[in-house]
Write a protein that binds this ligand. Structure first.
Ligand code: SAM
Ligand code: SF4
Length: 332
């Protein structure tokens, strides 16, 4: 049993997982995430690499051992490999990963791998270039696919492809994406569309549910069964192809919320700590980091945020309130 001090909330959930957004800027404008016209944060409000590393060095002794870099598009932050190197060197950090749209990945993949980045999630919602442009409001499919191949070449492990499925938009991509990932030997994960879009245009009718995704794959790709080595704390439900053709993950935040096993905290690019993706309140740690507040004070603020964490999001109730920050500004 670990004797490390741990970040445990009032529901007994142990928090060991931190998602760090390094920027709110992005080179795409995905309809489920960003508005078409967007005003990004002034650069001086973004945490520096040193401030991020300082924060991680405070939470690592509290049991946070897994870090994931995200954004906005994290690869818009120059020399991200420098940050990776800083984080990997922090005692207690065992795992640094990144979620990216992959468009800028190919040229820097080798440097990131050398710096110690291991896990890579690449978002890819479609293999059709016209649909890509409709979903992302920008061109970029070829660059994103080049990023996927570069990741494979550099030996990132694991590599997961993430697709948000929106009814009426890209449900026809479920089978082609599943086949693409299967042939490449990487896990394909499908994400239910969540109410975190900038325009507050989410509607339940637009959610293409995990069960529907499974049905499409079983019918059009190959039969699946629940994975025997399912990690109960992972957000994705894992299914394996019966013919040994790999794994599919389903992130069913709407139809089967996984709040009961949530182990995540989020640090926004402007230094706000969020204890839930859907949190309505945040803790400002940027000023503490900038004013060189003592480590114990930062640790206390983190512990207080964890202690105040609610039981779970309320998407499926009339009480649900969508947070003001859309996904790109939280860090998905
Ligand atoms: N730009 C990077 C990318 O797209 O991978 C990292 C940031 S993005 C906000 C992280 C993840 O959030 C992506 O996989 C994206 O598809 C997902 N996402 C964004 N908005 C979402 C929404 N409304 N519902 C479900 N997933 C969403
Ligand atoms: Fe950018 Fe990622 Fe949001 Fe798309 S999902 S707009 S790539 S941050």
């Amino acid at each position: 049993m670990s004797l490390k001090p741990r970040l445990i909330d009032s529901f007994g959930r142990v928090h060991n997982n931190l998602r760090v957004s390094v920027t709110d800027r992005c080179n795409l404008r995905c309809v489920y995430c960003m508005p078409e016209q967007v005003e990004f944060m002034p650069r001086e409000r973004l945490l520096s690499f040193e401030e991020i590393a300082r924060f991680v060095a405070v939470v690592a002794p509290l049991g946070v051992d897994k870090i994931r870099l995200t954004g906005g598009e994290p690869l818009l932050r120059k020399d991200l490999d420098v940050l990776v190197r800083m984080l990997v060197a922090i005692e207690g950090v065992s795992d640094v990963g990144m979620t990216t749209n992959g468009m800028l990945l190919a040229p820097i993949a080798g440097r990131l791998r050398e710096a110690g980045l291991e896990r890579l999630n690449i978002s890819l919602d479609t293999l059709d270039s016209v649909r890509f442009e409709r979903l992302a409001r920008r061109r970029g499919l070829d660059d994103a696919i080049a990023g996927v191949h570069a990741a494979k070449r550099e030996g990132f492990d694991p590599i997961k492809l993430n697709a948000v499925v929106i009814r009426g938009f890209n449900e026809d991509d479920v089978a082609p994406l599943a086949r693409f990932a299967r042939e490449l030997g990487v896990e394909m994960r499908f994400i239910e569309y969540m109410p975190l879009d900038a325009g507050h245009l989410w509607e339940r009718e637009k959610v293409f549910y995990a069960q529907e995704i499974l049905d499409v794959i079983a019918r059009e790709v190959a039969p699946l069964a629940p994975a025997a080595d399912q990690d109960p704390r992972a957000p994705a439900l894992a299914y394996d192809y019966l013919d040994g053709g790999g794994r599919v993950g389903l992130i069913s935040s709407v139809s089967r919320p996984f709040c009961g096993s949530c182990n995540r905290l989020r640090l926004t690019s402007d230094g706000k700590l969020r204890n839930c993706l859907f949190a309505l309140e945040e803790t400002d740690v940027r000023e503490m980091l900038r004013s060189e507040a003592p480590e114990e004070a930062v640790a206390q603020a983190v512990a207080a945020s964890v202690a105040a964490k609610w039981e779970g999001h309320e998407i499926n109730t009339a009480r649900f309130i969508q947070p003001d920050r859309p996904m790109y500004s939280i860090g998905g």
